[in-house]
Design a protein. Structure first.
Lengths: 119, 102, 240
């Protein structure tokens, strides 16, 4: 049964879960908790926030995240090819080259459009 | 029921799919609806991999891989639309978006 | 073999509970975290079903990339607009749950009364182990019999790249000004560009709507109303 080889990971996960919950629960019950209205304000001696905290970071990061998802999937597809490279020979190589080539078109398009530049 | 059978993961898949479907039908936040659609795609993957496990075939696993790729493309475009929506209309409520309907 | 079933029940229970949490949570961030929990449990079920590569792909793509993107968008869109699930629209909620129950009954009937038969494939656990594991087997199968789907996937990803660039392009100046008009309060008493306090009478006469203070090269914006003020090329924009 190959599942037995994952017993160590399972044990690790169970230990981590028990540790985390135990520590949080112990902290919850041991720490003193005496909240007052002044303590619960976000800034003790500042002006309360009136604007929506909307633009906390620039949408530039968002574009990078979008492109990251695309290339993440590309990496997932290339991984089995790299592992089975010996068995696949030229046919697999041509396929992978076509696959990467098509995505390279996308990368060049991004480059041309200036999406990779940090404005 | 001492052995893992096809029915086990078919029920798991059905449960996940139906929870996702109920979420799509009842929630109004576009982002939650999007997450529920991902849940439904994931449920379909469970079925594919379960049948691949039962039939000793890799076809189901490979199809699940393609489903993951499609889900990623859908995520990119769907969230791009959500962003454009919230930028133009200032809302992510699905009931507020009715420009195409009227 | 009973331990396998036990593990399956544990993982499936947590996955279903977390999926229910996605639908029921009030805070969308809690929904996203529940979704991560559900996905990780499903990935563990993939390991039970001898699909190790898919388990890793699931964690990398779903929890590593897609959920991060969802959380990104959650942070970027306006939070106080997020509508509540609880309260209002009981009819739609009831219809949703009823439809879900009906579909569950239907699927249960189909699972319990029918059985799928087909010729078993050639990739038995021994055959997979002989070629060197699940990833080897997937690589051999994927890149020998699925030429067209792979290239179609590449085209799909290419289309998604172009679509993402189109949707996430920096918005036009007019759009940004419209957002700025909604979000910022404008004080007409203190127009931008006036560095030192000086009486209005000493200002030079405006030339085509603009004039420059002596201290710098920033242009002083002259406006009578708030509408006119926001039409001016302000906030670092230069009208193109």
């Amino acid at each position: 049964m190959s599942l037995a080889s994952y017993a160590v990971i399972g044990l690790l996960l169970i230990t981590a879960t028990i540790m985390g919950t135990t520590l949080l629960l112990v902290g919850r019950f041991v720490r003193p908790s005496r909240p007052t209205p002044a303590k619960l304000q976000p800034y003790e001696s500042g002006v309360p926030d009136v604007n929506p905290p909307r633009a906390r970071f620039t949408p530039r990061f968002y574009l990078v995240a979008l492109l990251f998802v695309i290339f993440d999937v590309e990496a997932i597809f290339l991984y089995p090819w790299a592992v089975a490279f010996d068995a696949l020979a030229l046919y697999g190589y041509v396929q992978a080259a076509l696959f990467v080539g098509l995505l390279l078109v996308g990368l060049l398009y991004e480059w041309k459009k200036g999406a990779l530049e940090w404005v | 029921m001492s052995e893992l059978t096809t029915a086990h993961f078919l029920f798991l898949s059905a449960a996940l799919f139906i929870i996702g479907m109920v979420g799509v039908l009842t929630r109004r936040n576009v982002l939650i609806i999007f997450m529920c659609v991902e849940l439904m795609l994931n449920a379909v993957n469970v079925t594919f991999i379960g049948f691949a496990w039962e039939q000793n075939a890799l076809t189901g696993q490979i199809f699940a891989l393609f489903v993951i790729a499609v889900a990623a493309a859908e995520a990119v475009i769907g969230l791009g639309i959500v962003m454009a929506l919230s930028r133009r209309l200032d809302t992510v409520d699905i009931d507020e978006v009715r420009q195409l309907r009227e | 073999m009973a331990i396998e079933v036990l593990i399956f029940y544990l993982l499936a229970g947590v996955a279903i509970a977390a999926a229910a949490g996605v639908v029921l949570a009030r805070n969308p961030v809690h929904s996203a975290v529940s979704l991560v929990l559900s996905f990780i449990n499903v990935a563990a079920i993939y390991v039970v079903l001898r699909a190790e590569f898919l388990a890793v792909a699931q964690i990398i793509v779903y929890t590593g990339a897609i959920i991060v993107l969802v959380l990104f968008v959650l942070m970027l869109v306006q939070q106080q607009d997020l509508p509540e699930f609880h309260g209002g629209r009981p009819l739609r909620r009831a219809v949703g749950f009823l439809l879900g129950l009906a579909l569950l009954a239907e699927v249960a009937a189909a699972i319990l009364t029918r059985s799928l038969r087909g010729a078993p494939g050639s990739w038995t656990p021994e055959a997979v182990a002989a070629v060197g594991g699940n990833i080897q087997a997937i690589g051999r199968e994927l890149y020998s019999a699925y030429m067209l789907p792979i290239q179609a996937t590449a085209l799909l990803l290419l289309a998604a790249t172009i679509g993402a660039l189109f949707l996430a392009r920096p918005e036009l100046v007019e759009e940004r000004l419209a957002v700025a008009r909604r979000l910022f309060t404008i004080s007409l008493a203190h127009p931008r560009g006036v560095d030192t306090l000086q009486p209005v009478a000493e200002l030079p006469a405006p030339q085509d709507g603009q004039l420059k203070p002596a201290g710098g090269d920033r242009s002083l914006v002259m406006a009578r109303t708030a509408e006119e003020f926001t039409e001016q090329p302000a906030w670092g924009e230069s009208r193109r």
